[in-house]
Structure formats: structure tokens, C-alpha cells
Design a protein around this ligand. Structure first.
Ligand SMILES: [Zn+2]
Length: 246
């Protein structure tokens, strides 16, 4: 792409940067946060049930895995990007709404995410932002979870509407909660986060394959580009660190 200013960028990265530019225009009509220059994107609230039973299960989970008996998400410092591995928002919603033991680890509460971004760019919010959601082992105590409907990160990077919505949402959360760029990570990067903590030894090296470092570097480059357009400082990419796990 001739207009791409990044000589070392791949074609994919250039397309993503173009999408970041598009994100500014696409969400130009969104409400502006009085405390920052980053606007709040349009968000459709579609809550999953999160009553006393699920809150109690979450507090028990937090006690076991983090040593804090609470269902509340306090001072979130990390944003974790995921993809659903399925093709529709309704399938993801049904999975997160069902408060049943997860298929992989067999523990309650059921898994969830704060947001799901559909393929057409619609941003759905599923739980309140002060609520801990179970989406990433080791990081739920301090992380927002953003799911993307799809089966690969490359697929999402290539979807302009979905990517633009994702960048806009992530940047708005970063500005509102003062989350640094290095703490916007893919699920697959969870084990190298300085915020990772897990008291239950068998889970200390547990992670998933969604959004690996290579794709997240592209995503974060686009995010930094979007932040510059709003004059919002986000810091640098995460440093490569030695994995503590095999
Ligand atoms: Zn994930």
C-alpha cells in the first residue's frame, strides 16, 4: 500500500494501520469522554445473568486462585484480546450466559468476557466493568476480556469493521483506566504478563492459543497509531521476556 508510512510494515500491518485511520472516522460520532480525547465507541449492552449465585462462585474462584475473596474487578491493569473460535455472537453469548463448569478445567463460575465484538463491528457488553469475569487463567483479577467472533486472529485483523471496533474499544478502555500498551495482550501472551498470578499450581502454565505475539504486535502497532491521532500517550510494546513455562 503506497500510503503506508511504515517502511518495514507488512501488507497486513499496513492494512491494519489503514483500519486504525478508518476507526477514527467510523466512531467520530461516538460520545466523547470528558476526561480524555478518546471517544467512547457505541456499545450495545446485552448482559448475561450475573446474580448472587454467580457472584459468590466468582468470589470463591478468586479466593482459590488469587487469594482475594471478591467478585469485583478493582483497578484493572490489563486488557486481554481473545477470539471465540465460533462463527456467531449468539453462540458466544450462550456459552457465557450459561453458568456451568467450563469444559476444559471443570470449575465454576462459567467462563465469560466483558465484551464480544461481532463480525459486523457491533460491540456487545456482557457484564459490568466493575465485575470480575473468568476469561484468562492468572489474570482475571485485574483484566478486562474482549472476545472477537471468529476462528483466527488473522481473520479478525483482515476484517475492517471488526478490527476498527476492537481498536476503538480497547483504546477507550486504555484511556479510561490508564492501561499501558504493553498490558494490552493476547490470551496466548498471558504467561509473560507481569500481572500474572496463580495460586493453584497445576494451572500456573495454563494458557490458550488465541492471539499470539506476532499478531498482537500488529494489533498494538495499529492501536498506538490510533492513540497518536487522539494525542493519547500509551507507552511502548511489551518487552520480550523469557517464558517461565515450557
Ligand atoms: Zn482466549
Amino acid at each position: 500500500m503506497r500510503s503506508c508510512r511504515f517502511a518495514t510494515a507488512t501488507a497486513t500491518a499496513c492494512a491494519v494501520l489503514a483500519a486504525a485511520t478508518f476507526a477514527v472516522a467510523a466512531h467520530g460520532g461516538a460520545s466523547r469522554d470528558a476526561s480524555a480525547g478518546v471517544p467512547r465507541p457505541k456499545i450495545v449492552v446485552r448482559k448475561i445473568p450475573f446474580g448472587p449465585k454467580r457472584r459468590a462462585e466468582t468470589a470463591t474462584y478468586a479466593q482459590r486462585h488469587y487469594g482475594t475473596h471478591t467478585w469485583r474487578l478493582v483497578h484493572p491493569r490489563v486488557i486481554v484480546e481473545h477470539y471465540t473460535g465460533s462463527d456467531t455472537f449468539s453462540a458466544a453469548f450462550a456459552t457465557f450466559a450459561a453458568d456451568t463448569p467450563d469444559a476444559e478445567l471443570g470449575e465454576l463460575p462459567g467462563v465469560c468476557a466483558h465484551f464480544v465484538i461481532d463480525r459486523d463491528g457491533t460491540i456487545y457488553q456482557l457484564v459490568r466493568l466493575d465485575t470480575m469475569c473468568r476469561h484468562t487463567v492468572g489474570l482475571n483479577w485485574t483484566a478486562f476480556g474482549i472476545e472477537h467472533v471468529g476462528t483466527s486472529s488473522r481473520q479478525i485483523l483482515a476484517n475492517r469493521a471488526q478490527l476498527s471496533a476492537s481498536l476503538s474499544l480497547t483504546l477507550w478502555l486504555m484511556s479510561r483506566y490508564d492501561v499501558h500498551l504493553r498490558n494490552v495482550i493476547g490470551h496466548n501472551e498471558s504467561l509473560t504478563s507481569p500481572y500474572h498470578r496463580e495460586r493453584y499450581r497445576p494451572w500456573r502454565c495454563q494458557t490458550h492459543g488465541d492471539w499470539r505475539r506476532a499478531e498482537m504486535q500488529i494489533y498494538r502497532t495499529a492501536l498506538a497509531g490510533l492513540a497518536r491521532r487522539y494525542g493519547h500517550a500509551v507507552g511502548s510494546q511489551p518487552r520480550r521476556v523469557t517464558r517461565r513455562c515450557p
